[in-house]
Design a protein around this ligand. Structure first.
Ligand SMILES: C[S@@+](CC[C@H](N)C(=O)[O-])C[C@H]1O[C@@H](n2cnc3c(N)ncnc32)[C@H](O)[C@@H]1O
Length: 263
């Protein structure tokens, strides 16, 4: 799956789950001082950076990602939205020694830390770039969204997600719920852990169909060597028709941990 597909998935996630994103951004706004300096770790196409810059008009955001095309996409959107004077990007691999990134008032890390080889090391560095009393918000997911409402479709998605989970575990991705413990190990006080069970029912905007289409394509691509022929054929048929369906239900979970560097 190429960069443009990944970038489009991230942008569709923002569009389709906009109420969830708005709720978290409003919450984080209440946890930061005036004129906050914010560090977005693994910023991707800028879901967090752009929403934070728009919601907090005095904020300055540093968006870090290992993937330069993602950052280019982010800069382009920042210019379109007129917040490019308050967002700057840094290309860096967070598994390597960090360039100077602080001091900041808020560290934001959404769906990115599970990619890192050593998340506690990254969290410890994040603590060091935070001002004493500063906040960190870590958002993680335990699986990718699901879309199919009928029993056969749900069962197929269930089998695919089980295989995907195996594959993630083999790849060493940290998609679990241990982030509170990792934050504590890195020297943060965990103030809140909040789980969002998101269920969006019809009628849904066309973006939800595009999101489902891309997600199913990605699953097909990632599982081609792991699923039986019947499941692959069923996935192909469903994917081919998913753009025209009006019965999709988007189900997604996110958990957000709010931690603080002790003053
Ligand atoms: C699932 S995306 C999340 C993007 C964004 N935070 C969001 O919530 O939409 C994960 C991002 O982490 C970045 N990433 C993965 N490993 C990284 C690393 N070692 N250093 C920096 N960024 C990394 C990827 O390039 C990708 O943009």
């Amino acid at each position: 799956m190429g960069h443009s597909h990944q970038a489009e998935m991230l942008d569709l996630d923002t569009e389709v789950l906009h109420e969830y994103h708005r709720e978290v951004i409003t919450w984080v706004g209440a946890s930061t001082p005036d004129r906050p300096r914010i560090l977005d770790l693994g910023a991707g196409t800028g879901t967090g950076s752009l929403a934070l810059a728009r919601h907090l008009p005095d904020a300055h955001v540093t968006a870090v990602d290992v993937d330069e095309p993602m950052l280019e996409h982010l800069r382009h959107k920042a210019t379109t939205l007129g917040v490019d004077d308050r967002i700057h990007t840094v290309q860096a691999d967070l598994d390597q020694p960090w360039p100077p990134l602080g001091p900041v008032d808020l560290v934001w890390a959404s769906a990115s830390l599970h990619h890192l080889a050593d998340p506690v090391r990254a969290l410890t560095r994040a603590r060091d770039v935070l001002r004493p009393g500063g906040a960190i918000m870590v958002t993680e997911l335990d699986s990718f969204p699901r879309f199919l409402p009928d029993p056969a479709g749900e069962a197929l998605e269930e089998r695919c997600h089980a295989v995907l989970a195996e594959r993630r575990a083999e790849a060493g991705l940290h998609m679990d719920d241990a982030w509170g413990a990792r934050l504590t190990e890195a020297g943060f006080t965990v103030e809140t852990e909040r789980r969002f069970d998101i269920v969006l029912r019809p009628p849904l905007p066309a973006a939800a169909n595009r999101y489902a289409h891309l997600a199913l394509q990605r699953m097909r691509h990632g599982l081609a060597d792991r699923l039986g022929a019947a499941d692959l054929a069923a996935l192909d048929t469903i994917t081919a028709g998913v753009l025209d369906r009006d019965d999709l239900v988007v189900r997604a979970t996110r958990t957000v941990w709010l931690g603080r560097r002790p003053a």
